[in-house]
Design a protein around this ligand. Structure first.
Ligand code: ADP
Length: 264
């Protein structure tokens, strides 16, 4: 089957390790995959890249604490006086034999796991209570989920009974050369200034005792790089793309400014 996705070139993704091979093996063996890692380190881009490489349609869902099973499966909606069933993104991915990517899956409501369990073991079934349908996922269907183990939320941990249904890959920020390459490619900044941003990021990530929930993401480095490449002064770009997004505390912000002045 040729899907639209297969006609588009795969978006740029610079691998950190053997994750592309693991993804392909998971897909070939019809196994679900969990991506663990901090925000903005490339997990979503990785899934987009792999979906395009495999020529599969991708349905991405950004999970939040109000997201219920019905949001994933679908619901009856009133259209022009008639009640019609509308598939949710998970059902669409199952019907099409595509990839469903649940970003930050721990955020979703508990009833979501009830739906995922029969899909993530060898049954590979999606039960749609409302319509009485039971779908058998085609071979090409794959479920991918991500979560960020760094968030200190004891109430929101993935239950072992759910975790143990997925293959898992741990992501972290890429090593220096890879991350510099990503910033150059994504922002258009020259390599010298891009590597300065990466050096600063590595300093910030290694800081302990500062009031930072997480280190600076590759995404923020790309933002800073784009602003600088577009003509903004370095100080201003670091302020709006790194310092303000990382902290609301004036003391912490000042410490970050001081660090930037010595490193960049
Ligand atoms: P996550 O899903 O982990 O929060 P994203 O995949 O959205 O992070 O990454 C944020 C941005 O960082 C991407 O849009 C891309 O510009 C860049 N990026 C991060 N890592 C990579 C990588 N390995 N290859 C290409 N781009 C990357």
């Amino acid at each position: 089957m040729t899907s639209l996705a297969s006609l588009k070139p795969a978006p740029f993704y610079s691998p950190q390790s053997d994750e592309c091979a693991v993804f392909e093996a998971a897909h070939a063996n019809r196994l679900p995959l969990l991506l663990k890692g901090p925000t903005g380190c490339g997990k979503t881009r990785f899934v987009e890249h792999m979906a395009a490489r495999l020529g599969l349609p991708l349905h991405t869902v950004a999970c939040h604490d109000d997201l219920s099973a019905a949001d994933l499966i679908g619901r009856y909606l009133l259209k022009g006086g008639e009640t019609v069933w509308v598939d949710g993104p998970l059902t669409r991915a199952v019907r099409e034999g595509g990839i469903c990517y649940l970003d930050e899956v721990v955020e979703a409501r508990k009833d979501v796991t009830v739906v995922l369990h029969p899909l993530t073991d060898d049954r590979r079934r999606l039960v749609i209570d409302r319509t009485g349908e039971e779908l058998q996922a085609p071979e090409s269907f794959m479920l991918v989920a991500s979560y960020n183990p760094g968030y200190q939320n004891v109430l929101k941990k993935l239950k072992p009974s759910t975790r143990q249904r997925f293959l898992s890959i741990g992501f972290d920020f890429p090593e220096i050369a890879t991350e510099t390459g990503v910033v150059v490619r994504e922002s258009g900044l020259d390599e010298g200034r891009a590597s300065g941003l990466v050096r600063l990021a590595r300093h910030i990530r290694s800081l302990s005792g500062m009031d930072l929930e997480e280190g600076v993401s590759t995404r923020l480095l790309v933002y800073a790089g784009s602003l600088i490449a577009g003509g903004m002064t370095v100080d201003r770009a670091l302020e709006v793309a790194i310092i303000e997004p990382l902290s609301d505390e004036p003391d912490t912000q000042q410490a970050l400014r001081d660090l930037a002045a010595t490193v960049y």
